[in-house]
Design a protein around this ligand. Structure first.
Ligand code: CDP
Length: 199
């Protein structure tokens, strides 16, 4: 089975998807980490379509542990840029499908339910107000919410307006606005939806 969790930056996808995967005993796929690893390769002068990325507790790029390095603002900006390149997307989607084929997964990203796996058993589109999303991300990074909000707007706009696999809600996705909800409430709701789908 596959649960696809898509949505804009800072909606809580990683935290939620990881917690849902743990609750169900399934694997978690962070597709954003793949784009980030490819972006780091590009920043180093490499070819982002020819990377080997291993996901897990640590993220490995061609065997090197880059878990912390892929979270810098420089990599974030580059990931958002290369994610508009169809050749990069094709390479990433291939890696993601290979991983998903290996068993039950909770996968998060921008295009899991629309492009990577349109046949996912459950699709959730996770949202929150831009201010709430920026507040969460600022807490995570120890940064200033105002600056994050500006950067987030640019990335959201780029994700939504790009020609290839733009960020959009799949018609059969359940929209879940997490503004004002606790992590536990969001996870419980998704686990309940999963149980409903399985029946
Ligand atoms: O954590 P945050 O939501 O800010 O970003 P992320 O999920 O780690 O993804 C980093 C960038 O990769 C995003 O800004 C997207 O442009 C891109 N991305 C994508 O295009 N498709 C995906 N399935 C996942 C990420």
């Amino acid at each position: 089975m596959l649960i696809a969790i898509d949505g804009p930056a800072g909606a809580g996808k990683s935290t939620v998807a990881r917690a849902v995967a743990r609750a169900l005993g399934w694997s978690f796929l962070d597709s954003g980490a793949m784009y980030r690893a490819a972006a780091l390769a590009a920043l180093r002068g490499g070819d982002p379509t020819r990377v080997s990325v291993q996901l897990g507790e640590r993220v490995l790029l061609d065997g090197e542990d880059v878990t912390e390095q892929i979270r810098t603002p420089e990599v974030t900006e580059m990931a958002s840029k290369i994610a508009a390149d169809p050749a990069v997307r094709a390479a990433m989607v291939e890696l993601q499908r290979a991983e998903i084929a290996r068993g039950d997964h909770v996968a998060e990203g921008r295009d899991i339910g629309t492009v990577v796996c349109p046949e996912a058993e459950l699709k959730v589109f996770l949202t929150a107000t831009p201010e709430e999303r920026a507040r969460r991300r600022a807490l995570q990074l120890g940064a200033e919410p105002g600056a994050i909000l500006v950067e987030q707007r640019i990335r959201d706009e780029r994700d939504r307006s790009r020609e290839h696999s733009p960020l959009q809600q799949a018609p059969d996705a359940v929209e879940l606005d997490t503004t004002g909800l606790s992590l536990e409430e969001v996870v419980d709701r998704i686990v309940a939806l999963t149980r409903e789908r399985r029946r």
